[in-house]
Design a protein around this ligand. Structure first.
Ligand code: ADP
Length: 605
């Protein structure tokens, strides 16, 4: 693999291409030069032989003989004279293919066909000039030229043979030199090619290596730009790309973190489900609402989880119902109401990827809606009862009841009581509404709680006496506990709580009022040993119109709004009110108010 990678590298490709180019070029040049050299030598040999023949006038002389055979000796003498200083061989061949004269005495009278190139001899005898390259019997390279000797009576050939050994030796030597030069050139080419290829591949490898590291998530890579050519531009572009990628990735990561934070801290639950029913994402709120863990998300199918809550919410139904702009569904679980809104989410090709659902805890909203409905029902009911009573007594009076003065008197008294009840109710409702809209103006000022409580006690004293109850002020009536309050409103609160204690405590019962200073706060504790409130009902007594025993409360003139108003007033004073009670044993109402700053910190003496 590594071997393959090395050899498939562009470096070796460049070296190979350079090598091939130089090899082909030098080979072509070599072949061309060698051919030219050879033909040059051949031409010069031919020219030399032809020049000797023409210069000596051999052909003309030989053509004058009527019979070559008869003048053999004369011809031999002439040949000897003509060829003085001539290194080649010369033969005169008659028409019987016999060598009749030659500067090589050993071949005289020999058969020309055996010793010389037959074609050249035959062509010469046919009156044509002929030429050939050939090998002698001793394997020597030669150049053969045949010149026809012809007149009316006789025919022959003047045959010249020149040894080419030294020429071929020179050519071969040239070839040798050329091959050596070619090898050297190829070697230099390979070395140069390697250096050039390296200058290209090193920066490319650098970019590749750094791109590889970037792919693994390391974006600190920077390529050094060493030139302003294409490779330099590549390095420059790589650095630019890295910078852009880092920027884009950091933007994406910021967006992701932002989204994750939103999802993590949003109070609504969010779940993304794939088409196969896998939960792709569930934020902590959703996990809490559906009571599921990370393991459930990984291992459980969405349908298996949701069908315990609402079988309408299985994936198949969601897909079916979410065609269009999405749908809504509610479910109740462990006393809470959840609203689920959902819709499909798609990929960039507009293909469905899954479902996104938002789960909202609407328990409080639902409760509020219920409370509003109850409130309207309660108000209507509370008004209807006295109205019915007033209407019926009025009708009776109009039907003649007024004649009987005594009956008329008692009826009018009842009508008056019912009208008073309605008046109280409307007054309480108006006050609650003002408190709700914070229109009730509180005139807060430093006041002594003790003197306020004393005046409240004075106001209820007669009622207490009528019920033979014992009202005990445990606090020191001469002490001072300073609080910043709207005296009238707080008096209303104390009167209401104290009246409740009196109302819901049987005749002869006991009611204690105490004031304690604790951590810059004053606690007013009103305890009775009356009928008490069951544990389940304690949290509800502050609700509007809530009455534990409706008939009893109404009989005592209660509207069911007293504690609701009290709570709101106390809270407006940055305080609180709580009820502790045991059914049949009695009730303890604790009102906490902040002490007036600096001025109120005095011990109760
Ligand atoms: P009401 O006008 O009916 O007294 P409140 O809002 O003052 O309305 O009180 C609400 C209900 O709380 C009462 O109807 C009564 O059932 C219960 N409650 C309040 N104080 C006491 C108490 N001291 N002992 C027993 N029950 C009480």
């Amino acid at each position: 693999m590594i071997w393959k990678k090395t050899w498939s590298s562009i470096r070796w490709k460049i070296v190979f291409i350079y090598f091939l180019l130089v090899f082909i070029a030098t080979t072509i040049i070599g072949i061309f030069i060698m051919n030219q050299l050879e033909s040059y030598y051949m031409d010069s040999v031919r020219d030399n032989l032809t020049r000797i023949v023409h210069k000596s006038g051999m052909i003309t002389s030989l053509s004058e003989y009527d019979d070559l055979n008869k003048h053999k000796d004369e011809i031999q003498d002439n040949i000897d004279a003509w060829t003085k200083g001539f290194e080649g061989e010369i033969f005169v061949v008659n028409d019987d293919y016999q060598i009749i004269a030659s500067n090589n005495e050993n071949v005289i009278e020999s058969n020309a066909i055996d010793l010389l190139d037959k074609n050249v001899v035959v062509q010469g005898l046919n009156g044509e000039k002929a030429e050939s390259n050939g090998l002698t019997t001793t394997q020597k390279q030669t150049k053969n030229l045949g010149f026809p000797i012809s007149n009316l009576d006789t025919k022959g050939v003047l045959y010249l043979r020149s040894d080419l050994t030294s020429i071929y030796k020179t050519i071969n030597r040239s070839k040798e030199i050329f091959v050596k030069a070619m090898v050297l050139a190829l070697f230099i080419t390979v070395v140069l090619g390697f250096i050039i290829a390296k200058s290209i591949t090193v920066p490319i490898n650098d970019v590749t290596e750094k791109a590889e590291k970037m792919a693994q998530g390391d974006f600190s890579q920077e390529v050094s730009v060493k030139s302003d050519d294409e490779i330099g531009r590549l390095a420059e572009m790589f650095n630019f790309l890295r910078m852009q990628l880092t920027l884009t990735l950091s933007e994406i990561s910021n967006e992701k973190t932002k989204l994750e934070t939103i999802l993590r801290y949003m109070t609504d639950g969010l779940i993304a489900v794939s088409l196969t029913g896998n939960i792709i994402h569930a934020n902590p709120a959703a996990m809490k609402m559906l009571h599921i863990s990370e393991d459930d998300i990984k291992n459980k199918n969405y349908d298996d989880i949701i069908k315990d809550y609402n079988s309408n919410l299985i994936l198949e139904n969601l897909m079916k119902n979410s065609e269009g702009s999405g749908s809504e569904e509610n479910f109740d679980y462990t006393g809470c109401t959840f609203a689920v809104r959902y819709g499909k989410f798609k990929d960039e090709n507009d293909l469905d990827v899954g479902i996104i659902m938002m789960i909202q805890d609407i328990t409080a909203r639902q409760k509020l809606e219920n409370m509003q409905m109850d409130f309207v029902a309660n108000v209507s009911h509370e008004l209807k009862t006295p109205l019915t009573s007033i209407k019926s007594y009025t009708e009776t009076l109009m039907d003649g009841g007024v004649e009987d003065k005594e009956i008329a008197q008692s009826f009018l008294k009842i009508i008056d009581v019912e009208a008073d009840r309605m008046n109280r109710l409307v007054k309480d409702l108006l006050q609650l509404s003002r408190l709700d809209y914070q229109q009730e103006k509180l005139f807060k000022k430093d006041s002594n709680l003790i003197s306020l409580l004393k005046s409240v006690v004075t106001k209820v004293e007669l009622t207490v006496k009528n019920k033979n109850q014992h009202l005990n002020c445990i606090f020191d009536i001469n002490s001072k506990v300073m609080v910043v309050i709207d005296k009238d409103r707080m008096e209303q609160v104390f009167l209401n709580v104290l009246s409740n204690a009196i109302k819901y405590t049987q005749d002869g019962g006991r009611i204690d009022i105490d004031v304690i200073k604790k951590d810059s706060k004053a606690e007013i504790i009103i305890t009775d040993n009356g009928i008490g409130i069951s544990e389940a009902e304690i949290p509800r007594v502050f609700e509007r119109f809530y009455r534990v025993d409706k008939a009893r409360s109404r009989a005592m003139g209660g509207t069911g709004l007293g504690l609701a108003i009290s709570k709101q007033i106390v809270e407006e004073h940055n305080g609180g009110i709580t009820i502790e009670s045991k059914e049949g044993k009695g009730t303890k109402a604790i009102i906490i108010l902040p002490l007036a700053p600096m001025r109120g910190i005095r011990n109760i003496e």
